[in-house]
Design a protein around this ligand. Sequence first.
Ligand code: 13P
Length: 287
Amino acid sequence: MLVSAKEMLNKAKAGKYAVGQFNINNLEWTKAILQTAEELKSPVILGVSEGAGKYMCGYTTVVGMVNGMIKELGITVPVALHLDHGSYEGAKACIAAGFSSVMFDGSHYPIEENIEKTKELVATCNELGLSLEAEVGAIGGEEDGVIGSGEVADPKECKMIADLGVTMLAAGIGNIHGKYPENWAGLSFDTLDAIQQLTGDMPLVLHGGTGIPADMIKKAISLGVSKINVNTECQLAFAAATREYIEAGKDLQGKGFDPRKILAPGVEAIKATVKEKMELFGSIGKA
Ligand code: 13P
């Protein structure tokens, strides 16, 4: 059964570790992540962007697939199905479809409008027992065509949004989606520290987990980050393993053209990436 991300993230914040959000794209992705979480006894959050939701034939298809897998694979660890960077309309659609968690990314609205819309979704999510992630300060880089400029959030605005009763808060601290450029300045730990001081027990979310050095991840966790989003790194691992299979001509040998064979190395690569992240985030054995 899907669960809200609230309990797993409050536990993570108190225990000074982070739960990974791994974005899904299809059946193979979802299966790889769920099996790894179960094997390592780690709670997990499956992230679905609006674009990936559309690709997978809509939110009800995603809910059906994930619920079916939890049952058929005998998954016992806590799993939250979460809308990533949702619009206001997207959040409502996911709530209706049976997601257990949603993100409303109102970071591009003026703060007053972000507050108004977040407030309304807090009420809906509370009533249904779902978790809600809000965002202050756009995360840089490009994700599904949404381009953010990589802002550093205003800690006072973070406090205003946290006080609305959201479950977890994403704040821009110099992080960006996708690969980090050579000249990246790194995370702004002063900003993170200031945000945590004002928001107290609120689990903080670090987007753009791909390519952040391990020492920065550990420091961010020590300063209150309890959810870390990873997407691109699984995509890169999947692509590299698939390329290797094809370049070795394995699809031309025997039944190597069977899609279940072609996709298998990519699935193993996703599993290895997820395992490495769960080790780094400290979530293994916390289910
Ligand atoms: P990356 O693609 O950089 O790992 O970021 C993922 C993310 O933050 C999803 O919201």
